[in-house]
Design a protein around this ligand. Structure first.
Ligand code: SF4
Length: 365
């Protein structure tokens, strides 16, 4: 099999972003050596070799690949992922670009720091759907959407539209509203997906409740309860993935989320590859406002929590969430008895270890 890769050269002389990503994927998988030739489709130069190949095969966008088999027959592959399958150990030398609705990303391509540094500014300027597509093409099922709010269902909708495989988990703290549980079931059916419910570790929860009761957060803050009911289950969930998507937005909380990036190495949690490779965290909606999220929900018929129709904006656990009044910021409905700078539960920042891991509580077991 002979493979010619056609890359696009912009008028500025630089390669297009997608071509850089495609080359990165091929190199990560050790498949770059299988590309026999690279030609350029130069923007504004219809006579460049890549442009002529595009015209000949009716392909409008690079990168694409011209694959010639032993018999000399040529076929076109427009997806880097499909080419990688064809070049893999069980590859089909007569590769054709299928439009299969659900695609698996290759397992274990490691994202180098260099790639992340190159891609981060581009993703920061991209539309959320393109960010979701990039992440899922890169990681597939090894990328999980951590679902807790309306924004996360928007991400599920985008993931479903991308055609790539993906995973979804939800932190079932045991204190969610009945409306939230109903929504989880509705979303499962609407998108035909599995939603993995991550429950708190039983012994830790029992020890915590025995010692502190069911409402200690009103007296000494929510961190301890969140550590048991949210942070430890999240840590456990993320240890099975290489990347995760969250619905965080900068304008959710000027005090704590004003600098949320679109993509980053997760500095708090460790993923499936342990210290071999960082867990990648992406917040595709970082630059969207609440109004933009809700316009997407309406436009695409995305299921949402019925509590939103009763004045709830940001919805968490039942005892720690209340409706907000017109003009109040959405986070004012969460842990309303605490200062604005403390309104994070440790899911998106360095958090204390769950108390069960601490000797004092272990003795109480
Ligand atoms: S939000 Fe409230 S009930 Fe839920 S885990 Fe945190 S402190 Fe506990």
């Amino acid at each position: 099999m002979h493979v010619t890769m056609v890359k696009k050269q912009l008028a500025s002389g630089a390669a297009c972003d997608k071509c850089i990503m495609a080359e990165g994927l091929l190199r990560d998988r050790g498949l770059w050596e299988r590309i026999d030739r690279v030609v350029w489709a130069v923007e504004g130069q219809p006579d460049s070799e890549g442009m002529r190949l595009g015209q000949r095969f009716g392909v409008a966008n690079a990168p694409f690949f011209v694959v010639r088999d032993r018999a000399g027959d040529e076929s076109i592959v427009e997806s880097t992922l499909h080419l990688m399958r064809a070049l893999g150990p069980h590859g089909d030398s007569h590769a054709r670009d299928s439009k299969a609705p659900s695609l698996s990303a290759p397992s274990a391509p490691i994202v180098s720091k260099q790639e992340l540094d190159a891609v981060a500014p581009k993703l920061a300027a991209s539309q959320p759907l393109d960010v979701v597509r990039y992440m899922l093409e890169r990681f597939g099922r090894e990328c999980a959407i951590a679902w807790s709010g309306a924004e996360d269902v928007v991400l599920i909708d985008m993931a479903a539209r991308s055609g790539f495989e993906y995973s979804v988990f939800c932190l079932d703290t045991g204190r969610l509203h009945p409306e939230t549980y109903r929504l989880i079931d509705k979303v499962r059916k609407h998108y035909g997906i599995e939603v993995e419910l991550m429950a708190p570790e039983t012994q830790a929860l029992q020890a915590f409740v025995r010692k502190k009761g069911l409402f200690s957060f009103y007296e000494d803050g929510h961190q301890e309860c969140c550590a048991v009911r949210k942070v430890e289950p999240l840590k456990r969930a993320l240890s099975g993935y290489r990347a995760w998507l969250t619905g965080q937005r900068k304008d959710q909380s000027p005090a704590t989320r004003g600098e949320v990036p679109v993509v980053q190495e997760d500095a708090t949690f460790i993923g499936k590859l342990g210290t071999q490779a960082p867990l990648i965290k992406s917040n595709p909606l970082a630059n969207w406002s609440s109004a933009r999220v809700w316009s997407y929900i309406r436009e695409h018929g995305v299921p949402y929590n019925e509590l939103h129709e009763r004045g709830f904006v940001s919805i968490g656990c039942e005892p720690c969430t209340r409706a907000t009044l017109p003009g109040q910021h959405e986070r004012e409905g969460r842990w309303w008895w605490e200062e604005a700078t403390k309104k994070e539960c440790g899911l998106h920042s360095a958090a204390p270890e769950p108390p069960v891991l601490q000797p004092a509580l272990e003795r109480d077991l």
